[in-house]
Design a binder for this molecule. Structure first.
Ligand code: TYD
Ligand code: MG
Length: 453
């Protein structure tokens, strides 16, 4: 056996160092350098290539390259299929990241149990009986889904050779280890090696592989950044643990757009797909309450109607409080300054609280006007007509600015039964066939003259 070889890796960013240092030179984090034993043997683990002939790649002219459209495996989970761009591409490796307890294992077990393919679900985190209990909660049973609890890639590949699964799920990449190197599971070098083996397996057998990845305290996938470069698709599962809604986003997708988004609700019997998210993000209320306004936003390319709630009250303490949930606090401060300076509303001595219902985070500037409307509605204690919605940005001069994809936003509002849409008069609203009433305004004052008349 070769001499034991060690190197130093930063556990935060994955940078390799020649010797131990207190601070990582790349990411400037302290105390993150750990010595790891790397003792590579010659042989790789996934060895199907020993039978496959070594082919030499030849350069081709663009015109000569044959296009074969990616073959996709439909997962029967519409939201996931949409985010992936139409299903799992054969031979692709998809990494699913998210906070603990958000529902990663639930989502992939649900997929494994509903897909019409032979699936091998490998768990290094839960026992077979725990997974069975979860499957019973999910009320699904796929006789084609095999559950394996194993953490060694060598053992996993041994099983794969006899089972020959059509889809492989790994929960989670941080629990795996390969015998080829000595570092403990979850370290940078183990994550890199085990994922390299799995990627090689995926490419050589054209089997789609789904990996679950833990995230670190900054919200990035734990392990080397290089992992995200190596895989084909990176998905992020997010949401507030106290809310039941979950959002599946794609951060990288070699086979589709990254602007698609999937929305789920975590119920006692698993994740329910939500195909019309606007309905759940708007609270149903009986009386007209002041301080709420409906905004039209875009999540990816999908228009979404959300509800903004504001509470403006006289400050009890000397310094007024400003606090937001789901909205950028700096942007709220800017809007309050604009209202004070350009529209003459005295909000300087008031507490302002702003909340986007449903526990989602929005950074689309098109919700500015609805934020302004909610704040003023709470301040004046006048409710806004619940059939009105807003889609415009507010500029520093108090001007109402145009937003992108206005026609899509208006169509969504129409579809959900809103009667009036307030937008910027600088927006070129192309089709004249909208049935909704459009109020086009150029300045904050104009908007409020019409709203609170
Ligand atoms: P889990 O998939 O274990 O999260 P992760 O793998 O991302 O760590 O999800 C765990 C949470 O989901 C747990 O708090 C319980 C909840 N849950 C439900 O509400 N309903 C269900 O049907 C299941 C299976 C879990
Ligand atoms: Mg889990």
């Amino acid at each position: 056996m070769a001499k034991t070889k060690t190197t130093f890796f930063c556990q935060n960013c994955g940078t390799q160092h020649a010797k131990w240092v207190g601070q990582c030179g790349a990411c400037k984090e302290w105390n993150t350098i750990v010595e790891e034993i790397i003792q590579k043997e010659e042989k790789r683990v996934w060895k199907q290539s020993t039978t496959a002939k070594q082919t030499v790649n030849k350069p081709l002219k663009i015109a000569e390259i044959q296009l074969n459209p990616e073959e996709r495996v439909v997962t029967n989970n519409n939201e996931l299929d949409t985010v992936l761009g139409g299903g799992l591409v054969k031979g692709s490796v998809t990494l699913l990241g998210g906070e603990p307890g958000i529902g990663k294992s639930t989502l992939l077990l649900q997929v494994a149990l509903n897909i019409n393919q032979k699936v091998l679900y490998v768990s290094g985190e839960e026992s077979q009986s725990q997974i069975k209990m979860r499957a019973e909660r999910l009320n699904a049973n796929n006789s084609n889904c095999l559950i394996l609890t194993e953490t060694s890639t060598q053992q996993i590949f041994k099983n794969i050779e006899t089972i020959a699964p059509e889809v492989l799920v790994i929960d989670s990449i941080q629990t795996l280890h390969t015998n080829n190197i000595e570092a403990s599971p979850g370290t940078i070098s183990q994550i890199r090696e085990t994922s390299a083996e799995l990627i090689k397996f995926a490419k050589e057998t054209a089997t789609p592989v789904l990996l679950i990845g833990h995230i670190n305290k900054e919200g990035n996938i734990a392990g080397p950044k290089i992992l995200e470069h190596m895989v084909d698709v990176v998905l992020q599962f997010e949401g507030d643990r106290n809310h039941t809604y979950r959002i599946l986003r794609s951060q990288k997708n070699r086979f589709g757009s990254t602007s698609e988004l999937g929305i789920y609700e975590m119920l006692s019997n698993g994740l329910r797909e939500i195909s019309n998210p606007s309905e759940i993000l708007i609270s149903k209320k009986d009386a007209d309450l002041s301080g709420t306004a409906i905004a039209s936003t875009l999540e990816g390319i999908r228009p979404l109607m959300i509800e903004i709630q504001a509470l403006v009250s006289t400050a009890v303490y000397g310094t007024p409080q400003r606090s937001t949930t789901g909205y950028n606090l700096k942007r709220l401060n800017m809007i309050l300054a604009v209202l004070e300076k350009r529209a003459g509303f005295k909000l300087g001595a008031k507490d302002v609280f702003l909340n986007i219902t449903g526990g989602i985070n929005v950074d689309d500037p098109a919700i500015d006007l609805a934020v302004v409307a909610a704040i003023l509605s709470s301040n004046q204690d006048v409710a806004i007509n619940p059939n009105v919605c807003f889609g415009a940005e507010v500029g520093l001069a108090g001007e109402i600015r145009p937003v992108s994809k206005i026609d899509q936003r208006i169509l969504e509002a129409e579809k959900l039964g809103y009667k009036t849409f307030v937008a910027s008069k600088y927006n070129k609203i192309s089709s004249k066939n909208h049935t909704i009433k459009l109020i086009l305004v150029g300045k904050i004052e104009e908007a409020f003259a019409t709203l609170f008349a």
